[in-house]
Design a protein around this ligand. Structure first.
Ligand code: GLC
Ligand code: CA
Length: 510
């Protein structure tokens, strides 16, 4: 059995995703920045998260909001400077919070000096750093970008891009690319970052024959591309982080909807430490769906000794409250689920405030992939402009921005923020919740009930996905430690659940 003292930090941590453009603005230009994050570290510490993942902050022309990097070793002036990130790393560490950066290995910006050289002539030494072909195949790019090949008239060839034409794919079969990108990791590890989220970690390997892909008739290649060579790339990155002390971590975005395939990216403990599990990101609020997807992860990952992750929302998908029909009760119940499953939970900024997606119109639309709604700015203050003083933020605020503003919720009993804070705290203090095993219990069809246990520490979680009250009797004597709606806390569990209610239960006399 795993020991909470010797387990790596990232198994017990709650991770918080910051989308820097929308988190907090320090200089009034309407775009969030690193000093904005710095100013809210106390907020994050109060929430109790133990690690932050920052979406890309590197120099970028921002064709894909920073996922098109033109210099991996510098901060975009929109976000600040190297001195700012150094200060942020130090201040986060001083609060016991670790910092993960977003590493984008599959592609650079078309403005990266490597690509400018590569496209300058066919015999440029960097020509082979990207993927050039005389003829395109049928591969399709993500983000509504059409063909994955763009014609370069100057040199008379096509280059490959699994995303926008402004995001040419690197050729990871070239050892010089491998060495240069590994050095990028060292650059940031030397500055003290605790690890990386790896963007489309399954995409660096490409079919060497560039064969037409029948599934491209319905989906972009990035949705399922999964080549043996990507695993070799990840083994190389893992060796780099292992050169460093302190259990630096690699968590990968393997954006494939097959849990079994995703599991392969843990390798033999020599690839990713963790991979995102995408099943709950598409899911509606439905007991059967969650039973199936949690059961599948447990069945596959536990025997393989692969540590799961849980994530309900991120910067690419509709927020879960929005997906659940806007119901705050469901979003609150989902928080109990997220923070009591076996595996590392990831919170997307603003879900601890119960935010929904902002409505986006043709005038306010920014992202070519149509993902603006979930990227709306965080309302800090109740009064407009909600702590975004100066310029109008780059996207509209989410609904109920005043009511759900952070200053209204922090310390307010019964708020969504306080629910998250108390759940994170409960998790930190319970070995069962952090590291214990997971076992499903018998329950009526609309209820998911499970037990977590580690050593002598035990918890039960019961979640009612239905919009009406249900009974769910349990063996033993349990009491309500945390209720998603605050109902009955500290009372004995009477075997009944309110509509859309989730309960964290502890043994009665503890
Ligand atoms: C990942 C990112 C997404 C980005 C894409 C290309 O899926 O999460 O935001 O557009 O990769 O880098
Ligand atoms: Ca700013």
């Amino acid at each position: 059995m795993s020991d909470s003292k010797t387990e790596p930090w990232w198994k017990g941590a709650t991770v918080y995703q910051i989308y820097p453009r929308s988190f907090a603005d320090s200089n009034g230009d309407g775009i969030g920045d690193l000093n904005g994050v710095l100013r809210h570290l106390d907020y994050l510490q109060q929430l109790g998260v133990e690690a932050l993942w920052l979406s890309p902050i590197f120099r970028s022309p921002m064709a894909d909001a920073g996922y098109d990097v033109s210099d991996y070793r510098d901060i975009d002036p929109l976000f600040g400077s190297l001195a700012d990130i150094d200060r942020l790393i130090a201040e986060a560490h001083a609060r016991g919070i670790r910092l993960l950066l977003d590493f984008v290995p599959n592609h650079t910006s078309d403005q990266h000096p490597w690509f400018l050289e590569s496209r300058s002539s066919r015999d440029n030494p960097k020509r082979d750093w990207y993927i050039w072909r005389d003829r395109p195949n049928n591969w399709r790019a993500a983000l509504n970008a059409g063909s994955a090949w763009t014609w370069d008239a100057h040199t008379g060839q096509y280059y490959l891009h699994l995303f926008l034409p402004q995001q040419p794919d690197l050729n990871w079969r070239n050892p010089k690319v491998v060495a240069a990108m590994q050095d990028v990791l060292r650059f940031w590890l030397d500055r003290g970052v605790d690890g990386f989220r790896i963007d489309v970690a399954h995409c660096t390997g490409k079919d060497e024959n560039f064969a037409d892909e029948p599934r491209c008739l319905t989906h972009p290649l990035a949705d399922f591309n999964d080549q043996a060579y990507s695993h070799e790339v990840l083994r190389g990155l893992r060796r780099v982080v292992e050169e460093y002390p302190g259990e630096r971590v690699l968590v990968g975005e393997v954006n494939i909807r097959s849990s079994l395939q995703v599991l392969q990216y843990y390798g033999q403990g020599d690839e990713l430490h963790m991979s995102f599990n995408f099943l709950p990101l598409d899911a509606q609020w439905d007991a059967g769906h969650f039973q199936a997807c949690i059961g599948e992860i447990e069945r596959l990952y536990e025997p393989a000794d692969a540590w799961p992750t849980w994530v309900l929302s991120n910067h690419d998908n509709r927020r879960h409250r929005t997906r659940y029909g806007g119901s705050l009760a469901r979003a609150r119940a989902a928080a109990v689920m997220l923070l009591t499953l076996r595996g590392t939970p990831f919170i997307f900024q603003g879900e601890e405030l119960g935010l929904e997606d902002a409505p986006i119109t043709a005038e306010t639309r920014v992202d070519p992939g149509g993902r603006d709604g979930c990227r709306a700015p965080i309302p800090w203050r109740a009064e407009p402009p909600h702590g975004w003083d100066g310029g109008r933020p780059w996207l509209p605020f989410p609904p109920q921005a005043g009511e759900l503003a952070a200053e209204r919720q922090q310390g307010a009993p019964g708020s969504v923020f306080e629910l998250y804070r108390r759940l994170i705290e409960a998790r930190r203090h319970s070995p069962a919740l952090r590291l214990g095993g997971w076992a499903q219990l018998d329950a009526p069809p609309s209820v998911l009930a499970y037990r977590r246990e580690h050593g002598g520490d035990r918890r039960i979680v019961v979640i009612n996905y239905a919009d009406q009250p249900l009974s769910c009797p349990l063996d033993g004597r349990w009491q309500v430690q945390i209720a998603s709606d605050g109902g009955g806390e500290g009372q004995p569990y009477a075997g009944r659940l309110a509509a859309s209610q989730a309960l964290l239960l502890c043994p009665q006399d503890s």
